[in-house]
Ligand binder design. Structure first.
Ligand code: NA7
Length: 538
């Protein structure tokens, strides 16, 4: 089991998902004592909690996996082009076993508070089990989407059937057979769950506030011969992936969508639609995310696809996004999503015209009347990026909490260290490329940077690294400036924090690309950690 709490450990990692487990592995290779504290009953993070029906990754499995071990790459066999949640969880367990990581993970242990001891350059962590841990370094690997958002609908407590949030799905089997089921929310989770629930339920009613742009996944089993061919050039692929803009490998576009004529554009969009990549349509032309007119050509292409699939014209129109540009909210990869609305037992309710008033003992009441239900599924998303970090009471060097420091939005140099919160690093948190990239690649980049940084500090007898307020402010401005060149910031989405009432409205991710981000981080390290203050206990 994990070491006893008596002596300080070198490092505590918060969270045993993909990021936390890799961070543990790297710290151990440095020869550090490290402990992972994990709130869940088991390892896996996002892939542990999001066990709802249809949950699946929307990056190809051969790309969405660790790249640090060529042996692991060769030995693990993915069964599908896009891996399901159970398969990814099996992979994470395999990695934990293969690299012997479990022994340093304390499960069912939620970090509630972290306070910095400026005299000793140590963090004191408290947990909900009563266990306390002292560590020099803390790495927050708490996930970009791990605090589920409750829709806050009055009356939910009175419902006599079951209510499940997609991100807190029960471990035991949930049957929909013979049940009248509702899904509230049509982001990526709802889009994945809807067709699967429809297959089993007596009836399914989908309550939609904002329609998503849903592209076909064209998921399929991976043929062993195909995988073998891919694996033959895995090292080369992994190198290209690391150097790429978003952690996926593709030929970057060179032209504006407005330079192409309609025939050419349609052919490009058809090809992308047929290929089944989350960002396929985005990669057709250079200006889809920066020019409204260019964007509208893609948006209208998707709407035409919806009209061609959904037989009822009124339903097709309701499913057609019109209030925000394509991909300014995360697009979704679906399997049979639009066609599900052609099934006689599936109904779409538009919350813009008939909002939900309350949940009643028997179902959901909208302004148009009551829907009788046996089960309600909340697919209502997350308090993304900042939520899991601010859930911990983090008190920095000057007694100020991170929550107070971030009242107007997150502040963190390179998305890695916040000024006044020394020795506390973040992986996949706000102001880093995280959710705009293949996170499997992003997390390795950040974990490796953090590990190299800690190694540097130890080599030089440094016991504290802090970001300077100036560097932190500069990075914040840079992140905002890069975002301002895109269509993202104007849209209400979880990227801008607009999905959570009261959350400051800030574009939360770095949109400049993982390639550029990697260069910036590497330059900072190479130049002796510019923008940081390094100090040693005398
Ligand atoms: P998302 O993408 O935040 O989607 C949440 C959905 O729930 C979205 O359609 C919301 O509509 C809807 N919602 C949220 N609150 C309510 C209330 N109160 N009433 C009605 N509808 C509501 O979360 P997901 O879990 O689907 O996906 C998150 C990411 O996980 C995904 O992008 C992948 O990266 C993995 P709204 O748009 O706010 O009008």
């Amino acid at each position: 089991g994990p070491p006893a709490a008596a002596d300080p450990v070198d490092a505590v990692v918060v969270g045993a998902g993909l990021s936390g487990l890799y961070q543990l592995h790297r710290l151990r290779r440095l020869g550090l004592s490290a402990l992972v504290l994990e709130a869940g009953d088991d390892i896996g993070g996002t892939w542990y909690w999001n066990r709802y029906p249809g949950a699946r990754c929307d990056i190809e499995s051969l790309s969405y996996s660790y790249s640090f071990s060529p042996e692991l790459d060769q030995e693990w066999e993915w069964s599908e082009r896009y891996a399901s949640q159970p398969e990814i969880l099996r992979y994470i367990h395999h990695v934990a076993d293969r690299f012997g990581l479990r022994g340093d993970v304390a499960l069912r242990t939620r970090v509630t508070r972290a306070g910095y001891d400026r005299d000793r350059h140590l963090w004191q962590l408290s947990t909900d089990t009563g266990r306390t841990v002292t560590a020099r370094f803390v790495i927050l690997a708490t996930g970009c989407m791990s605090v589920p958002k409750d829709p806050g609908i009055p009356g939910a407590g009175s419902f006599t059937g079951a209510i499940h949030h997609t991100a807190r799905w029960p471990r035991e089997h949930v049957s929909f057979a013979g049940k009248r089921v509702a899904v509230i929310g049509t982001g990526c989770s709802g889009v994945q769950a809807v067709p699967v629930i429809a297959d089993e339920a007596a009836s399914l009613t989908v309550f939609q506030r904002t329609p998503a742009y849903v592209l076909p996944a064209h998921n399929r089993p991976l043929e062993p011969a195909e995988t073998a061919r891919f694996k033959a050039r895995y090292p080369e692929f992994r190198r290209a992936q690391r150097l790429s803009r978003g952690g996926t490998v593709f030929e970057p576009p060179t032209r504006s969508a407005l330079e192409a004529d309609e025939t050419e554009r349609t052919a490009a969009y058809e090809a992308a639609w047929g290929a089944g990549f989350l960002n396929g349509l985005l990669r057709t032309y250079t200006d889809i995310l920066t020019d409204e007119k260019a964007n509208e050509t893609v948006a209208e292409f998707v709407r035409a696809k919806i009209r061609s699939i959904v037989t009822d014209p009124a339903t097709a129109e309701l499913l057609s996004p019109r209030t925000y540009p394509f991909a300014t909210k995360r697009p979704c990869l679906g399997t049979g999503y639009y066609a599900t609305y052609n099934r006689p037992h599936v109904t779409l309710v538009d919350l813009r015209t008939t909002p939900i008033e309350s949940i009643t003992p028997r179902g959901i009441r909208t302004s148009a009347g009551e829907h009788s239900l046996d089960m309600i599924v909340f697919a209502t998303g997350f308090d993304a990026l900042t939520g899991s970090q601010l859930a911990i009471d983090i008190v920095g060097k000057d007694g100020v909490t991170l929550r107070d420091r971030w009242a107007q939005g997150p502040r963190r140099h390179l998305g890695l260290v916040s000024a006044g919160f020394p020795n506390l690093f973040s992986v996949l948190g706000p102001l880093s490329p995280s959710v705009l990239t293949n996170i499997a690649v992003s997390l390795e980049q950040q974990v490796e940077w953090i590990t190299d940084c800690i190694a540097h500090l130890r080599r030089n007898g440094v016991t504290e690294i802090d970001a300077t307020p100036d560097a932190e402010a500069g990075w914040g401005e840079h992140v905002a400036e890069v975002a301002a060149r895109t269509l993202y910031p104007a849209v209400d989405s979880w990227y801008t924090g607009a999905n959570v009432p009261g959350k400051p409205r800030v574009f939360l991710a770095y949109a400049g690309g993982l390639d550029r981000y990697r260069e910036e981080c590497d330059a900072v390290a190479r130049n002796g950690y510019t923008g940081f203050t390094l100090s040693s206990l005398s």
